[in-house]
Design a binder for this molecule. Structure first.
Ligand code: FES
Length: 269
């Protein structure tokens, strides 16, 4: 990895094409969309998506891109609603993403066209986490004996997503108590508690961290999450200044996978 990969936007475009477009990505904990109408929206690796539980109780992931003029439909990061109304010209969609209506001045000619619905992405739920994929069926993780969901701590960090992943991998090796679902999810067990750290590459220099806590209240992790934020923002300055991550088993594996993705991107663009 080079310093520029953490501080200049070109790497993010390559990652969008070869990592985030091809892998199953975590979006949220199922417990964050527990009730019909609950939704979580996020930009994950440059892709705007929204997870929503419909009135039948099913969770799906939709592209957060209006079929009128491709603008962002859902602006709030989380909430509960009966339907989605695009902020720009008022097209509305139900909780399954199906087009409902539009004001007459901007109404489509063919109201029955399937092209009016929000794009629905392959979605799966595994070990309490909602995954989506742009390229094929999501590959779920499997965590045995997962305790009850205790909540999620959400933190915005001023760093590139790779800094956060490196930090969360740095002190671990694969074991019964720690696993990594490439590229964005770390699972850590500590006795009766399981913590899932979900990295959300929001923009090139802004990362959202979802810390999903199972087995106790998420509030017990707030201080630890604040420390992660503080450390990662310091590490971002290090990377921009040329100080790269120290070697470790999982960080090296992360870098190998990224190098392969960049090479693939160079070969196809
Ligand atoms: S872009 Fe959504 S209604 Fe126009």
């Amino acid at each position: 990895m080079k310093s520029e990969d953490y501080s200049q936007g070109d790497a993010f475009q390559a990652e969008k094409r070869t990592v985030f477009s091809t892998q199953a990505l975590p979006l949220c904990a199922e417990g964050q969309v527990a009730k019909p109408g609950d939704f979580i929206s996020a930009t994950v690796g440059g892709w705007g998506v929204v997870a929503v539980r419909d009135k039948d109780g099913d969770v799906r992931v939709l592209r957060n891109a209006c079929r009128h003029q491709n603008m962002q439909v859902v602006g709030a990061p989380a909430g509960n609603c009966e339907s989605f109304r695009c902020r720009f010209h008022g097209w509305t969609y139900d909780l399954q993403g199906r087009f409902l209506s539009a004001p007459p001045p901007v109404a489509p000619k063919d109201l029955q066209s399937p092209d009016l619905h929000l794009a629905s992405l392959p979605t799966s739920i595994a070990s309490g986490i909602v995954f989506f994929s742009l390229a094929g069926p999501p590959a779920p993780i499997d965590v045995d004996g997962l305790p009850a969901y205790g909540g999620t701590v959400v933190t915005d960090i001023a760093c590139n997503w790779k800094v956060c992943v490196e930090h969360l991998l740095a002190e671990h090796t694969p074991s019964a108590d720690f696993s990594w679902a490439w590229p964005l999810l770390m699972v850590r067990r500590a006795g009766a508690v399981t913590i899932m750290e979900q990295v959300v590459p929001h923009t090139f220099l802004r990362t959202r961290l979802f810390t999903h806590v199972f087995g106790r209240s998420a509030d017990d992790n707030r201080q630890a999450v604040a420390t992660i934020k503080h450390v990662c923002e310091g590490l971002q300055l290090d990377r921009a200044g040329g100080k790269l991550a120290a070697e470790s088993t999982l960080v090296d594996d992360f870098h190998r996978r990224l190098a392969a993705a960049y090479a693939q991107d160079r070969a196809t663009t």
